[in-house]
Design a binder for this molecule. Structure first.
Ligand code: SAH
Length: 346
């Protein structure tokens, strides 16, 4: 097993059976060897600093109907909200004061008629906080829209491909959505000049080990700047409500494998991971993650952005919350890195 880990660290790529071996190995010493190597590689490139991204949940209005997602269009139990311009800028103001230098605007997917409004907001943020990075996570759009937002000042874009497997993708999404189009969007984003993030949900219904191997292979070939991976977690008003959550073990193994494959990637220890286990966030970092994304959304809408049940919160919108996070990180020898944290690969 260690030979395979060493090979991945040295060559950044493996054969499918070797990835599978890493995903299924059981000896705790072998697993710890993988994690240790991933930590070493992370520290070679990033030291023990963890970048912060302030997440602003723009809206839970969505035109899509993804079967796993709590804010899917046909979930009539959701009370829908959209932040207004003042609320968004106020999140940035509060975040900046705490020390955040990246804002992530995430939300459900809207039609193109609202793209201009979003471009205006991006311009406002760019003007108000010129030293901050602006990351978008707003789903699939035409290339022109991505270009418009990039010109307005957005630097980065997160669009998880969710799964590379066509059949599985079609089991998770309504018929109009295809993995081909999602991958096309990721190409457009790269061509438009964004730092791009792709990624998957782990342990979601019907997903096999082979599917995860395909995802690793896709990520290795696409080489995203950022990799967003979290366990699937059921949401009680979705068709997938009866399926179990993905595991910390599988999610952290993927972090470690992808760290060795793409040493310079920015990998968040995700909120979903912190939701499935109290020590999830730290275990993600100990597997090679180097980013945390605290929530900066206004308190009164936060509960409404419920992609899945029991979403973890860390109260990071307050300076107090951040100092708690810093304390938590220090217990494993890490600390917050307050810089913008652009991808070293650009
Ligand atoms: N509308 C945007 C943002 C989606 S929400 C987009 O399409 O990209 C961000 C991510 O949350 C999704 O990419 C998905 O991977 C994750 N997510 C959604 N529902 C989830 C669930 N039930 N469990 C875990 N992660 C989920």
């Amino acid at each position: 097993m260690r030979g395979i880990v060493d090979r991945l660290r040295d060559c950044h790529e493996l054969l499918p059976w070797q990835y599978k071996a890493l995903l299924t190995m059981r000896d705790p010493h072998d697993i710890e060897y993988l994690m240790g190597q991933a930590r070493e590689v992370t520290q070679e490139h990033f030291g023990t600093g963890i970048y912060l991204r302030g997440l602003i949940e723009l809206s839970n209005v969505c035109r899509n109907d993804c079967l796993y997602c709590g804010i899917r269009r046909s979930n009539s139990q959701v009370s829908r909200y959209t932040l207004n311009r003042e609320q968004i800028l106020s999140c940035c103001k509060i975040g900046y004061k705490i020390g955040f230098r990246t804002f992530v605007i995430q939300g459900g997917e809207w039609g193109e008629e609202r793209s201009q409004w979003i471009a205006d907001i991006i311009r406002d943020i760019r003007q108000g906080w010129p030293d901050c990075a602006i990351t978008l996570s707003l789903g699939e759009h035409p290339k022109e829209t991505y270009a418009l937002w990039h010109e307005a000042g957005a630097d980065r874009y997160l669009l998880r491909h969710e799964t590379h497997n066509q059949r599985l993708y079609s089991l998770w999404h309504p018929r109009q959505m295809t993995v081909t189009h999602r991958l096309q969007c990721l190409e457009w984003l790269k061509e438009s000049g964004y730092q791009v993030g792709a990624g998957i949900m782990v342990g979601a219904p019907f997903q096999s080990l082979n599917n995860m191997v395909e995802d690793i292979q896709y990520l290795v070939s696409f080489k995203p700047h950022m990799i967003g991976i979290g366990p699937f977690i059921p949401q009680h008003d979705t068709p997938f409500r009866r399926f179990p959550s993905g595991s910390v073990d599988m999610t952290t193994r993927l972090y470690a494998i992808l760290r060795l494959a793409l040493p310079q990637a920015l990998i968040p220890s995700t909120t979903a991971l912190a939701t499935v286990a109290p020590d999830g966030r730290l275990r993600g970092i100990l597997a090679g993650a180097n980013v945390v994304m605290p929530n900066l959304s206004p308190k009164d809408t936060r509960g409404l952005y419920s992609l899945y049940d029991n979403k973890a919160a860390m109260g990071a919108e307050s300076a107090q919350g951040i100092s708690r996070l810093a304390d938590e990180l220090s217990t494993i020898g890490y600390q917050i890195n307050w810089s913008r944290g652009d991808s070293p690969a650009i």
